[in-house]
Design a protein around this ligand. Structure first.
Ligand code: F6P
Length: 331
């Protein structure tokens, strides 16, 4: 074992850099060479690489984004693309590959494993927290913190105007961000994959309008946290329905990519550091085809196959906590 390669892929997440830093430092400690590939799998396919040294990662710990850049790579969906990626690994005599990314990126890694004989290790890097095999993904805590601070500010102005606000948060097709942020900000309504299906749109609007009626009596604001990719027609359609069904005027804020950026919170930096170090140890221990995560305080390796095929539900405690809050509100 001489040479380890690393890349970041898919939606970037805060503390991906902290993971890269830990990998580079661990390689140095174990006297391994570390090669970075730029722009996700594209860098592997097009051979855009850099030899990574300690001085490259000096200030990476506190930086958002990823110093290795990232991308979504359509070519990895083709056998030709995967073969090209494997050829680059062979050309550089890479002995192990670490990919930091989300669900799609780990699927790509599994494809590489079909055509490349050396060890592959995944690290969970996504703000969505939608990967099983780890309680939290790298970047999730920062995204929740960023969105919470943003919504706290929205709450101030919403209170001042006694306004109804719809705030759309990211999460792709899961509600980890929506529920964590909605509970943290005391949102009057959380509309997410776990408590809503598109056919319930009309009854959900009626429920919200009932809550809004009470809000008028208490001179407060009414905050709706909405998971992206869920409401039929999108957040603008929800705003239009509130207006049409209840003659209620609402303001809309789509938080968007603000949730992906920023300096990572300590929880993410430390998780990324721990998992980065563990990924090198896993390679040296002979592990292969696994994602390294942390469950109940313990670093664990889970087969990529299981990570990819096992959905991670939002804790039912969060869904219940919100139900209680909303029921109370609607009384
Ligand atoms: O997976 C991370 C994520 O930010 C999702 O929450 C979101 O749906 C998606 O990526 C956005 O992707 P893009 O930046 O390619 O528009």
């Amino acid at each position: 074992m001489k040479k380890v390669a690393v890349l970041t892929s898919g939606g970037d997440s805060p503390a991906m850099n902290a993971a890269i830093r830990a990998i580079v430092l661990s390689c140095h400690y174990h006297q391994l060479q570390c090669t970075g590939f730029y722009h996700g799998y594209n860098g592997l396919i097009n051979d855009q690489h850099v030899d990574m040294h300690q001085f490259d990662i000096n200030s990476a710990l506190q930086q958002g984004g990823t110093i290795l850049k990232s991308a979504r790579c359509q070519a990895m969906l083709t056998e030709e693309g995967v073969m090209q990626a494997c050829n680059t690994l062979r050309k550089h005599d890479i002995d192990a590959l670490i990919v930091i990314g989300g669900d799609g990126s780990l699927k790509g890694l599994k494809e590489i494993k079909q055509h490349w004989e050396k060890p592959v290790i995944g690290l969970p890097g996504t703000i969505d927290n939608d990967l099983s095999g780890t309680d939290s993904t790298i970047g999730f805590a920062t995204a929740v913190t960023t969105a919470t601070h943003a919504i706290d500010k929205i709450r101030d102005t919403a209170n001042a105007f006694e306004r109804i606000f719809i705030v759309e948060v990211m999460g792709r097709h899961s509600g980890h961000i929506a529920f964590n942020v909605g509970i943290a900000t005391g949102a009057e309504a959380i509309i997410s994959f776990e408590n809503f299906t598109p056919d319930q749109a009309s009854s959900k609007v009626a429920e919200i309008l009932k809550g809004v009626e009470k809000q008028k009596r208490t001179h407060g604001s009414f905050l709706i946290v909405l998971a992206e990719n869920l409401w039929p027609g999108g957040a603008h359609a929800l705003k239009a329905s509130l207006s049409e069904q209840g003659q209620v005027d609402s303001a809309l804020c789509i938080l968007g990519h603000i949730q992906r950026g920023g300096s990572p919170v300590p929880e993410d930096r430390n998780l990324a550091t721990e998992l980065g170090i563990a990924s090198i140890e896993a390679i040296l221990d002979g592990q292969d085809n696994v994602m390294i995560g942390k469950l109940s305080g313990t670093v664990v390796a889970t087969a990529l196959e299981d990570v990819i095929n096992t959905p991670k539900p939002v804790s039912s405690h969060w869904v219940k906590a919100h139900q209680r809050q909303l029921t109370h509100y609607l009384k």
